[in-house]
Design a protein around this ligand. Sequence first.
Ligand code: G3P
Ligand code: CA
Length: 241
Amino acid sequence: MVAIIGHRGAAGTFPENTMVSFIACEKLGADGIELDVQLSKDGEIVVIHDETINRTTNGKGYVKDYTLSELKQFDASYKFKGQFDNCTIPTLREVFEWAQGNNFSVNVELKNDKLEYHGLEERVINLIRSFEMENRVVLSSFNHKSMLKFTLMAPDIETAVLYNKRNKEPWKIAEDYKARAIHPNYRIITDDLIEKTLKYNVAVRPYTVNDAKIMKRLIDAKCSAIITDYPEMAFQLRGEI
Ligand code: G3P
Ligand code: CA
């Protein structure tokens, strides 16, 4: 069965990368969540997509320049005033604490392709191990060297390579960086490439699929999972096929 992964939670309807967005995914029929992590000034793994807090919170500046307690002062749901109030930027630890009560898979995207976060891989591995989440977490990144480093340090934890440029042999990117999956932009993955990649025992999870027609095509093509802002749409379509 094609798994449904809620992108930044259920970012089409809820404030992205917040606990309310992750919790909503459970009700909307998802099998897992995707989230993004950066490192705070004091080395906490925080869940936020951008390197700065400008777009998603009421604050300004780089995540790396704030301590966790400072970051917690900002409102990560300020665009949803009246609907969701005062959501804070979660830590990955908080997400794993919540995940102890369910069977969700968690796709952690390391946002280390623009900024270098010293020791990020080690910190994430330690946290996964402390919660015994090894079998429920998939690490991904556009920084493929980081994924290779991760696999060499923790070969039991699955990694995936993210990419958005056309490639005729995408399974080779996975092989080159010792990843078990590819996470391509949905615009560049064809049914033929999905079929070929799966034959190499490499999982295929396209992102970010928000169009019903494309979702249906990918479900028919039997890709491993769909990463979407609208898990409820994917859940309904999957049930109809
Ligand atoms: O992990 C899939 C997708 O989230 C990658 O792109 O920019 O939404 O993090 P972005
Ligand atoms: Ca992401």
